[in-house]
Design a protein. Structure first.
Lengths: 314, 226
């Protein structure tokens, strides 16, 4: 039954077939004008959702990082405490796993910061003048790697009996730190949930659009089978078309993001703090484009593959 | 060349399309398959193309059991059988030329081969001047001629035609039958299901009559009798 020329793998003919599949994919993409356009638009919406999630994540991440950075523990030393002793203590702290960094603020620096903060307050400035000496001690400002680790750092501080420690501000701030930590964690979890949900919706919508587009060709697929085309040869052009839908849609999406981030960037920066969206768009243009391109063409190819398979049973 | 061996096809308990059909086709025959609508003609053709599977029995093309072929082997069988349908079934987004070329491309022919053969068959069916027209720009008769060109371009051993003249006027009917006769004369076997009494009688070739899923008459040089 199988003819001679089919028994051995012919690389030259394989290339010819690949070329034909790609050409037919291009031609169909062009001739199916309206269907292609509709598919591209839906795909653009799907990619827009994905792109927005990526941009949104960047803003939220930088805002959360900024918030997290505001959380710290400060250890205040008595005035006139031995600097050497403080430095040894700082070394010890820096060796802790939980600690990100420890900043030393000398009593002079503390005073000038204090003066700067209250430069408009005549009463305080005057009181300092009258006092004549520096009433502030040195302090160590400790940042943890994670907000949940402040508790154990505080335990360590309280346990190390250094007599020159005046006070540790953890207990007063504990509630705020804990609450902030919870908010940060919750935001991250909610963000992940929303990302997964919206991506799933985007994928399903794009997949169904491609399925409908291929549904219109189901009779053609049957005829091609009856005329003697192999499943792979029939499916190839659909996959090429799917990839093209993805590529064009990702270009469209990048175009849409330019004016959008330009407009939203300053607004979001004012509202959330953190990065300017537009700068982020420009600086990560190629990564963002690459992600959308891979996601779009992959989604197009896989959707076409699955959708065409249904009608290839003949 | 083709053997139906005790073939039964039951679509559902209330619809039996073919019942215990035994039937064979010799090379270079021109067979008219006649019978009323719903008698099982189309089912018989679909079984031969492996578009449907028999409920029981076997269909052989040469020594090959058609329904034992895997999905990837089927195209090789189908490239040896050309099909023509009542409703033409051209690919709407391809031109006449591309429709015909598709059958050759799918069979893995070279571009030179395709150019040469497609132009040739277009000439045979008299449509050289319309090769770049899309199906919706062609008349019914022209579409059917493109379909015939597509069916013969791979030089198949067998042509299956399912009511090829069902949608055509008398003039186009005669032309299509003439083409099929010509193809048969150069050695291709033709199996044609039809309703058209005049066509069958004018051919004067073998006539197989089906009624309610059974072959009730098989005459060499027969006439249309129901």
């Amino acid at each position: 039954m199988i003819k001679e020329d089919d028994t051995s793998f012919n690389f030259g003919m394989f290339l010819v077939k690949v070329k034909r599949v790609i050409r037919v994919g291009f031609v169909n993409f062009w001739r199916n004008g309206w269907i292609s356009l509709a598919t591209i638009l839906v795909m653009t919406i799907a990619l827009f959702v994905v792109g927005s999630l990526i941009l949104g994540k960047a803003v939220v991440a930088s805002t959360l990082a900024q918030l997290e950075d505001k959380v710290d523990i400060t250890v205040y030393f008595k005035t006139g405490a031995d600097e050497e002793e403080i430095f040894t203590f700082q070394d010890k702290l820096e060796k802790l796993n939980e600690v990100k960094n420890v900043a030393y603020v000398s009593s002079e620096e503390a005073l000038s910061a204090f003066r700067k903060r209250h430069v408009d307050n005549a009463l305080i400035t005057q009181s300092l003048e009258e006092l004549g000496e520096n009433p502030l001690g040195a302090n160590l400002n400790i940042k943890a790697k994670d907000t949940s680790q402040y508790e154990s750092i505080a335990h360590f501080l309280e346990a190390s009996a250094i007599f020159s420690i005046d006070k540790i501000n953890y207990r007063q701030n504990k509630m705020v730190i804990d609450r902030l930590g919870n908010i940060l964690n919750a935001s991250r979890n909610v963000g992940l949930g929303i990302t997964l949900l919206l991506s799933a919706i985007a994928i399903i919508v794009a997949f169904n659009t491609i399925r409908l587009a291929i549904y219109t060709s189901k009779d053609e697929i049957t005829v091609m089978r009856l005329v003697g085309a192999s499943s792979r040869y029939i499916r190839g052009p659909f996959i090429v078309e799917g990839i093209m839908h993805g590529i064009v849609a990702s270009v469209f999406t990048m175009f849409i993001f330019y004016p959008l981030t330009l407009w939203l960037g300053p607004l979001a920066e004012k509202f959330f703090g953190g990065v300017n969206l537009f700068n982020y768009y420009l600086s990560s243009f190629f990564q963002l484009f690459a992600v959308l391109l891979v996601f779009g063409s992959g989604l197009g190819a896989i959707s076409s593959f699955i959708a065409a398979r249904r009608y290839l049973k003949v | 060349m083709v053997y139906f061996e005790k073939v039964t096809k039951i679509y559902s308990p209330t619809s039996t399309a073919l019942e215990d059909v035994n039937f064979s086709i010799e090379p270079q025959e021109f067979i008219s398959l006649v019978g009323q609508s719903g008698s099982g003609k189309t089912t018989l053709l679909k079984l031969l193309l492996a578009e449907e599977k028999p409920t029981s029995g076997k269909v052989f093309f040469e020594s090959q059991d058609v329904h034992s072929l895997s999905k990837s082997e089927l195209p090789h069988l189908r490239r040896r059988i050309g099909c023509v349908f009542q409703e033409f079934r051209l690919l709407p987004s391809k031109t006449a030329y591309e429709n015909i070329a598709f059958a050759m491309e799918a069979a893995g022919k070279t571009d030179e081969d395709i150019n040469e053969n497609v132009s040739q068959v277009l000439e045979v069916v008299g449509l050289s001047d319309k090769s770049w027209h899309f199906p919706h720009e062609l008349s019914g008769g022209e579409k059917q001629r493109v379909a015939i060109a597509r069916a013969i371009v791979n030089q198949p051993d067998l042509i299956i035609a399912d009511e090829p003249t069902g949608n055509l006027d008398p003039l186009n009917t005669r032309e299509v039958i003439e083409i099929l006769k010509k193809i048969n004369e150069i050695g291709t076997t033709v199996l044609m299901a039809t309703h058209n009494k005049d066509v069958v009688n004018s051919l004067g070739k073998r006539v197989v009559t089906i009624e309610k899923g059974k072959i009730i008459r098989d005459d060499k040089g027969g006439r249309y009798v129901i």
